[in-house]
Design a protein around this ligand. Structure first.
Ligand code: GTP
Ligand code: MG
Length: 476
């Protein structure tokens, strides 16, 4: 990992652009105090270098001696050496007790864009360099103050759009995710050491780790990883909403159900099978959860090209649904198409809706596994719709989740790494069960440990760091 650049002292405006009562310019790096000393004159007359760490001091900010460099220009207007820029409060935070774990000086001046811009310029003249996006947080990570998941939580905290999102980011910022992941990775590395020792000594026939013990430790790790991964899905649904797709054969009342749930006539309803030919999407809030409801074309042997395309879209919508509502017309006997549907949809998360309950039921047969999860409704009269609403919500957000204080994974990168770790651990468990050689087991355990290491940054590449920190803005 490139640790270069740390010898530079960086500066940036740390507060948002625009007018504010105060604005902050932050300096971090080995020369933070020296740079600040060139523009800060304490009102007390003391030297900046003599103040106690973490104490606040009133000061005048002066344009530093410009030497050979051209005049400092603020919006075209020249400021010469020694000119007064503003008055400010200045705080020095001695390494390592600062956000970056380096020497930090924060200058709190008035919050105008011009003042802050000039102040930043003055810091650069005095020897600092403008920070790159996310560079302060990156330094905190490189200096070991934060693990990578915590660094990302800084960004999530800044960007949080909902109370649930903020809560999750704060837990991650406290390092809870990092600790759980590192603990699991540690267990896997222990397994790895044993298994690899076993490989080396296989001739002597020494079993370094009993098979049962191996299954137990790897199984436990797999359980933790899966649990974390599950929270990622829940977290995403709470933050971004869920996609609920309505499917069923033509004319069963999909569009009518959609309109009922939306409480508006969004989708066209007619008695002609094959009315809906495209995917129709609309958002609703159900019990505080945002839902993107999707009405689709009924699936049957398509009559024309338009319908074929509609059906293709139905299938793709169904494939990336968080929940599928299978609509069945209860007023006519089940058809082969209905059964086909039920079979497919049951592979993922689904609810069965027995529509047209205002008409006499003609479904005599057993609905199979759908039976106890089939909700009778009438899209025509509205009966049963509220039950469907709460069932949808209950399917999407498990009861214990919102109340729980457990670690929640909210970051897409973390979720992807957990997915990979979970897959590798399943693979490893399979190999152990089948009595495969240690080499095979260790490959997968290693892959899982590495995937977990990416979350905390224990294992990481410059490319990953680059991508993560470039999402930050300058000053963070
Ligand atoms: N009696 C009764 N009729 C209904 C009910 N729901 C829908 N219908 C009727 O069934 C017919 C088809 O309704 P749609 O909502 O267009 O059905 P769809 O599944 O969207 O049909 P396609 O878009 O063609 O796939 C219409 O004539 C509706 O009035 C219901 O609950 N009871
Ligand atoms: Mg329709």
């Amino acid at each position: 990992m490139v640790r270069g650049g740390l010898e530079d002292t960086i500066c940036a405006i740390a507060t948002p652009v625009g007018e504010g009562g105060i604005g902050i310019v932050r300096l971090s790096g080995p020369r933070a105090l020296a740079v600040a000393s060139r523009l800060v004159r304490l009102r007390s007359g003391a030297l900046l270098s003599s103040i106690a760490t973490h104490t606040l001091h009133l000061a005048d900010l002066l344009v530093p001696s410009l030497g050979q460099s051209p005049t400092l220009r603020v919006e075209g207007a020249p400021f010469s050496s020694g000119a007064l820029l503003d008055e400010a409060l200045v705080v020095y935070m001695k390494a390592p007790r600062s956000f970056t774990a380096e020497d930090v000086v924060e200058i709190q001046s008035h919050g105008g864009a011009l003042v802050l811009g000039a102040l930043c310029e003055a810091c650069i003249v005095a020897g600092a360099r403008l920070a790159e996006p996310g560079e302060f947080t990156k330094r905190a990570f490189i200096n070991g103050r934060l693990d990578l998941s915590q660094a990302e939580a800084v960004l999530d905290t800044i960007r949080a759009k909902s109370a649930a999102g903020l809560k999750a980011a704060q837990r991650q910022l406290r390092g809870e995710l990092g600790r759980e992941v590192e603990h699991t990775r540690g267990a896997l590395l222990m397994v790895l050491a044993h298994v690899e020792a076993g490989i080396d000594f296989v001739e002597e026939g020494i079993a370094f780790l009993q098979r049962e013990e191996l299954l137990r430790v790897v199984g436990e790790a797999a359980g933790i990883v899966q649990k974390l991964e599950a929270t990622a899905q829940q977290g995403r649904i709470l933050r971004e909403g869920a996609r609920v797709v309505i499917v069923g054969r033509p004319n069963v009342g999909k569009s009518s159900l959609m309109n009922r749930l939306l409480r508006e006539d969004r989708s066209i309803v007619t008695a002609i099978p094959g009315t809906t030919r495209d995917v129709i999407e609309e958002s609703i809030i159900v019990g505080g959860v945002k839902i993107r409801l999707v009405d689709t074309a009924g699936i049957r042997e398509a009559i024309d090209v338009v319908e074929q395309e509609g059906i293709r879209r139905t299938r793709s919508a169904q494939a990336d649904a968080d929940l599928v509502l299978i609509v069945i017309d209860g007023s006519v006997p089940l058809t082969g198409e209905d059964r086909e549907f039920m079979k497919q949809a049951m592979e993922g998360k689904h609810l069965a809706v027995l529509n047209k309950s205002d008409l006499p039921s003609r479904i005599q047969e057993d609905l199979g596994a759908l039976g106890d999860r089939a909700y009778p409704v009438s899209a025509k009269t509205g009966s049963g719709i509220e039950v469907i609403r709460s069932a949808i919500r209950a399917e999407l957000v498990s009861a214990g989740f919102e109340a729980s204080e457990d670690v929640t994974v909210t970051n897409v990168r973390h979720a992807a790494a957990l997915r990979r770790a979970a897959d590798s651990l399943q693979q490893a468990l399979e190999s152990v069960r089948r009595g495969m050689a240690g080499e095979f087991i260790s490959i997968d355990v290693r892959a899982a440990a590495d995937a977990l290491g990416e979350i905390t940054g224990a294992i990481t590449t410059d490319e990953i760091l680059e991508r993560i920190f470039s999402e930050f803005c300058i000053g963070k």
